[in-house]
Ligand binder design. Sequence first.
Ligand SMILES: NC(=O)c1ccc[n+]([C@@H]2O[C@H](COP(=O)([O-])OP(=O)(O)OC[C@H]3O[C@@H](n4cnc5c(N)ncnc54)[C@H](O)[C@@H]3O)[C@@H](O)[C@H]2O)c1
Length: 278
Amino acid sequence: MSQKRSGALAPGIAFITGGARGLGNAIAVSFAKEGARGVAIVDIQDGATFQEGKNKVEEYGCECITIHADVTKEADIERAVHETVTKFGRIDYAANFAGIVGPGSIISDIDIAAWQKTQDVNSTGVLIATKYEMRQMMSQSPISGIEPGRIEQKGSIVNCASVNSLQSLPGSSAYTASKHACHGITKTAALEGREHGIRVNAVSPGFLLTKMIEETVLGGDMSLGKEMWSSFEARQGRKAKFEEVGDVVVLMSLPRMSLVNGQNLFIDGGFTINEANN
Ligand SMILES: NC(=O)c1ccc[n+]([C@@H]2O[C@H](COP(=O)([O-])OP(=O)(O)OC[C@H]3O[C@@H](n4cnc5c(N)ncnc54)[C@H](O)[C@@H]3O)[C@@H](O)[C@H]2O)c1
């Protein structure tokens, strides 16, 4: 008789950079909903935003710690991993979602410091987080008892890319390059991790109206404007909810996804395969 699957889908420990708000926080909440024993929110936000993000996780009865750490600083991320392991004993699922939009200028006008900052956060930040998450995952035993008969999983890492890991737009060179690099890091980490029972994948969300988008793309540096944003949403098919990204990251993290490694899954309602603007 075949064994039935039962119990929580994701009973392990989740570690989420950029987890205080936006898509990162939606992932934290999705892990909590699916039975995670603990969640670590890693971010550089203010105390109130951290508290709001933590409250949303705790609503589902999941223990949550908040760690102020900058993904561009190795010592910060090493400390964040250490604090999480001291509290919860291990890290089963990592999601690297800290990110910024960067400058919106065309290449002939681009400010190199602003370009560099974008690479520091969106690509080097993903590399640093992956480095310390993988070290921890390599050192721990596989998560037990949730997928009888499957390949054992010591850990899963999901990095946040973007439709800009495939496509581009004038004035998006820094963001586009950083997200292409994110997928490159993911592919290499996937090959390095598999002999250790660690899978590393990326996801590419489509268009979600987070604070980052409100502050930059709609109003600030990039200033694409509301009309352009509406046309993106039209090509995506509709407006999207943050939890539609959170839930996918949880599913990607499960040992049930055992043969999925080094991939970049687009969560965009068909945006990238749609030739039309509607
Ligand atoms: N919103 C979208 O439509 C969309 C689409 C594709 C990809 N993304 C990506 O999703 C991720 C999350 O973005 P969001 O839209 O939820 O925006 P957001 O601004 O709400 O969340 C990003 C979080 O990252 C944190 N962060 C920024 N720099 C950091 C650093 N150096 N160290 C630690 N934390 C840092 C911020 O404080 C913030 O809490 C980003 O990587 C972004 O590029 C967003």
